[in-house]
Design a binder for this molecule. Structure first.
Ligand SMILES: [Zn+2]
Length: 75
C-alpha cells in the first residue's frame, strides 16, 4: 500500500469511527464498534504509513518528502 492510500484509509477509518461512536448515544455497541474503528486507524498509520524508499515510519510527516532519506513519499 502506498503512503498516500494509507493516509486516505486512516482518515476514512477515523471519521467513520467518530461517526459510529456518536451513534453510541443510541446503543452502547455502536460506541464500542466506533472505538475499534478509531483504534484501527492508528494501526493503519503504523503498519502502512512508511517511506517506500527507506521503510521508516513517517509518523506525523504529512509532507511530500521523507524526513529520513529525503526522497519523495508519493513517488
Ligand atoms: Zn525514506
Amino acid at each position: 500500500m502506498k503512503p498516500k492510500q494509507a493516509k486516505k484509509l486512516r482518515d476514512i477509518l477515523l471519521i467513520l469511527g467518530v461517526v459510529v461512536m456518536l451513534m453510541g448515544a443510541y446503543h452502547e455497541a455502536f460506541f464500542i464498534a466506533g472505538a475499534v474503528l478509531a483504534c484501527s486507524c492508528i494501526a493503519v498509520q503504523f503498519l502502512f504509513y512508511k517511506c517506500p524508499h527507506c521503510g521508516k515510519q513517517l509518523g506525523r510527516n504529512e509532507g511530500t518528502f521523507c524526513q529520513f532519506c529525503g526522497k519523495r513519499i508519493d513517488a
